[in-house]
Design a protein around this ligand. Structure first.
Ligand code: PLP
Length: 406
């Protein structure tokens, strides 16, 4: 029996941890989405940097259908070919020698942080357990990952949170130097902070973080859950920083919306997650891995990756043109197709108004904190959709300014 559901149903039956928009999308194709009423939207959000190949990508739909007719699930007491193929590809294409599969970014990070603790425990003893992370960082919503994350609001009321975690400012090497010690087991960072406001790491900072980790025998963990899988124009953002981590986490775009995450690690680090130390019921299931393998095959090509940089330029030009007319952004920044536009001081705290107005005009965008409008579109978004989306964005900007003036 099909039940009638509306947006009001959400408020009746769902835990109120989200406040979803009134729009209920029912179908997507490429970078366009349609809602229940048939209204069409241009998608500059991609979920949250997830649908890097857009909606209903024909190859992915086929791979999914084919795998669905073969094998969905096995416990990890057995391995499976899609997982082995995907792991092989990820190790061939990155610094890593070993892969652990999970189902989300948070879980991949949970594995990375546990690995860091265990590695230090194995090699240096229990005293070396401190994790250093950065203010404004986002690493997920499990208790360990909100604790390593650098945003107090996600921890509030959930204390006691795990201990042995310290924070300092991103891109401030002096603060890190003051914190790091022989007790540090890992430094955890996003190569470009996503949720924190689209803030790229300085190259020099990243290089010195690496040096400090080496000096103190701490693992360097890069959280590339948002920046990975082609988002910044290289398969992973670390390639552009000129710094290689010991451990890297990836999720979001990896499954293009099908839940999958992975932790990649060097041989030396991976050894510490020995038999029986960690696991996941669904991690590495053949469905997720078959889809992720196809995602990597499509994205890690010169055409798609150079297309990211080409589109980056189109978005920057478009945003600058809008700004030249309306003076709403004080900074436009980002890497590849992870783009942030920070609103001017007079609109401080009001980035969400643009998101709402954009949806009314038929455009999905995101925010990253109260002051930054965030764009994370499909890496293969057609130029015509970029143009049309920017037209709609300008209409949204005009609308917000009009309502502010009123
Ligand atoms: C989204 C995100 C996460 C959390 O991923 P989930 O799949 O929601 O658990 C972790 N780290 C970063 C950098 C992210 O952007």
């Amino acid at each position: 029996m099909t039940q009638q559901v509306t947006r009001a149903t959400f408020d009746e039956v769902m835990v109120p941890n989200y406040a979803p928009s009134e729009i209920i999308p029912v179908r997507g194709e490429g970078s366009r989405v349609w809602d229940k009423e048939g209204k069409e939207y241009v998608d500059f959000a991609g979920g949250i940097a997830v649908t890097a190949l857009g909606h209903s990508h024909p190859t992915l739909v086929n791979v999914m259908r084919e795998q669905a007719g073969q094998l969905w699930h096995l416990a990890n007491v057995m391995t499976n070919e899609p997982a082995l193929r995907l792991a092989k590809k990820l190790t061939e294409k990155t610094f890593a020698d070993r892969v652990f599969f999970a189902n989300s970014g948070g879980e991949a990070n949970e594995a990375a942080f546990k690995l860091a603790r265990r590695y230090a425990f194995d090699h240096f003893g229990p005293e070396k357990h401190e994790i250093i992370a950065f203010n404004k960082a986002f690493h997920g919503r499990t208790l360990f990952t909100v604790s390593v994350g650098g945003q107090a609001k996600y921890k509030e009321g959930f204390e006691p949170t795990p201990g042995g975690i310290a924070h300092c400012d991103y891109n401030d090497i002096a603060q890190l130097k003051a914190l790091i010690s022989d007790k540090t087991c890992a430094v955890v960072m996003e190569p470009i902070q996503g949720e924190g406001g689209i803030i790229p790491a300085d190259k020099e900072f990243a290089k010195q973080v690496r040096e400090l980790c080496d000096k103190y025998n701490a693992l360097l963990v890069f959280d590339e859950v948002q920046s990975g899988v082609g988002r910044t124009g290289t398969l992973y953002a670390y390639e552009q920083l000129g710094v290689t981590p010991d451990v890297l986490t990836t999720a979001k775009a990896l499954g293009n919306g099908f839940p999958v995450g992975a932790m990649l690690a060097t041989e030396a680090a991976a050894k510490s997650l020995a038999f029986g130390t960690h696991g996941s019921t669904y991690g590495g299931n053949p469905m997720a891995c078959a889809i992720a393998e196809a995602v990597i095959d499509i994205i890690d090509t010169p055409e798609v990756l150079s297309g990211v940089n080409k589109r980056h330029d189109l978005f920057f030009e478009g945003l600058k043109t809008i700004n030249a007319k309306h003076n709403v952004f004080k900074d436009i920044r980002g890497m590849g197709l992870l783009i942030g536009a920070e609103v001017v001081d007079s609109l401080s705290g009001k980035a969400a108004m643009f998101m709402k107005a954009a949806a009314e005009e038929g455009l999905f965008v995101l925010v990253a904190g109260p002051n930054v409008l965030r764009l994370a579109p499909s890496l293969i978004i057609p130029e015509t959709d970029i143009t049309e989306g920017l037209v709609r964005l300008e209409r949204a900007v005009i609308k917000v300014l009009a309502s502010e003036a009123a």
